[in-house]
Design a protein around this ligand. Structure first.
Ligand SMILES: [Zn+2]
Length: 413
């Protein structure tokens, strides 16, 4: 495995860091229309995947505001007051979901399918925002020839794979300095939602591809249509400045000269999976899911009222449990938990947070300062209720609890 820690000199300021942090009213996705604000939360932690060593550190972590805007032209949703300068992506980011068997098995199947469907056998895959490198390793294990991963949060010791001699990692952010890299597939999973100027990003990706029209783009990211429809406010947090639906993502691809080849919802319809190739002249026919502008607009307009009802309902339920002397814990110490806790302003209603990722144990949740413990801690703490931050893990978490002889009420969000 090759690991490059030395960063290329920045010739000019990175295109991804150009944003001033003031209210941005022009859509960063289509650069044409004015965004319409529709949801606001003030004073939320600017980071929810950074580990906090002490409760004080967690409680005093820098906070920022979030003001979601909707673009009437392309359907894009983004935080209009996002300031990218506050972020510190580094090796202390604990974004990996690879400790969950449910998530790992989904990722494995996706890696296998992409290698098969786009014939990546023996070919080179570049992954932008590769995290700890698990998925890139899976692509190579499933038949791809070489993998190049880019992420400042990559940690070599954390990756255990038999194909490490076919992998190279650059511990840096992808920007103009890296558009010379060459690959047969460019993969980008759970990364575009962290990038504010999405249009500039796609221009760089197009530049990286150059005159190789066979290069395939493979992207995966959360679907905001479900979030709007279910008022799933815990899926809205500071690091996610950009929110897509199938339609707005496909429109971004087409605007930058890519024909969408597949456009699917996966992982219980939580994630959008899109593949695309440089357009060869005349645009390809539209795929199902591309024409969603009117339905997204409708759900956006209903969001504020739905959120108010959700918030009241959760606060009522959790306060009642507390008043009845019941012990409630939260399962899942990721960004969803941070958003759930801070948006509802929860304190003693939740005893602590449980997570299966051992790198999080003994640490604290940014914002509210709740402690993160291992599931094993529940043997002695014996909660009455477990609020599960992602319903897809219901079976996995239920089995783990009953394996410990515990049968608390599980309340999925
Ligand atoms: Zn737009």
């Amino acid at each position: 495995m090759t690991v490059i820690t030395e960063k290329l000199e920045a010739g000019s300021q990175s295109a991804l860091l150009e944003n001033p942090g003031n209210t941005k009213s022009v859509c960063p996705n289509c650069e044409s229309a004015k965004m319409e604000p529709f949801y606001e939360v003030k004073g939320i932690p600017v980071h929810s995947v950074l580990l906090m060593p002490t409760r004080d550190h967690a409680a005093n972590y820098p906070k920022g505001d979030l003001k979601l805007g909707f673009c009437p032209c392309c359907g894009f949703v983004s935080n209009m007051v996002f300031d990218p300068k506050v972020h510190e992506y580094s090796t202390s980011c604990e974004e990996s979901q690879g400790f969950s068997p449910t998530f790992s098995s989904f990722a494995r199947k996706l890696a296998r399918r992409w290698v098969e469907d786009y014939d990546l056998h023996g070919k080179t895959v570049l992954e932008i925002g590769c995290g700890k490198g698990e998925f890139l390793a899976m692509m190579v294990e499933e038949g791809a020839g070489e993998g190049i991963g880019m992420d400042p949060a990559f940690v070599p010791e954390r990756l255990d794979t038999p194909v490490s001699s076919h992998l190279a990692f650059i511990q840096d952010l992808y920007d103009e300095r890296y558009t010379h890299l060459s690959a047969d597939a460019i993969c980008c999973r759970h990364t575009l939602e962290h990038i504010s100027p999405t249009s500039s990003f796609m221009r760089m990706v197009r530049k990286t591809i150059g005159d190789r029209p066979d290069t395939v783009l493979l992207f995966e990211l959360p679907d905001v249509y479900r979030v709007l429809k279910e008022a799933a406010f815990w899926d809205i947090y500071y690091e996610h400045c950009s929110y897509f639906t199938t339609g707005s993502l496909a429109r971004l691809f087409r605007k930058h000269g890519f024909d969408p080849l597949e456009l699917e919802l996966e992982y219980d319809d939580q994630y959008i999976v899109i593949a695309g190739r440089p357009n060869s002249g005349k645009p390809s026919p539209k795929l199902a899911g591309e024409d969603d502008l009117e339905s997204v607009r409708l759900e956006m307009r209903r969001f504020a009222e739905r959120f108010r009802i959700q918030k009241e309902s959760w606060l009522g339920r959790l306060n009642e449990l507390r008043a009845d002397g019941k012990r409630t814990v939260l399962w899942g110490g990721g960004s969803k938990a941070v958003s759930f806790l801070t948006t509802l302003g929860l304190t003693e209603q939740i005893d602590f947070v449980v997570d299966i990722n051992p790198h999080k144990h003994g640490k604290f949740v940014p914002g509210t300062g709740h402690a993160v413990k291992s599931p094993e801690a529940l043997r002695t703490e014996k909660p009455d209720c477990v609020v599960l931050m992602n319903p897809i893990y219901l079976k996995e978490v239920g089995a783990q609890l009953s394996g410990m002889g515990l049968s608390p009420d599980i309340i999925p969000v």
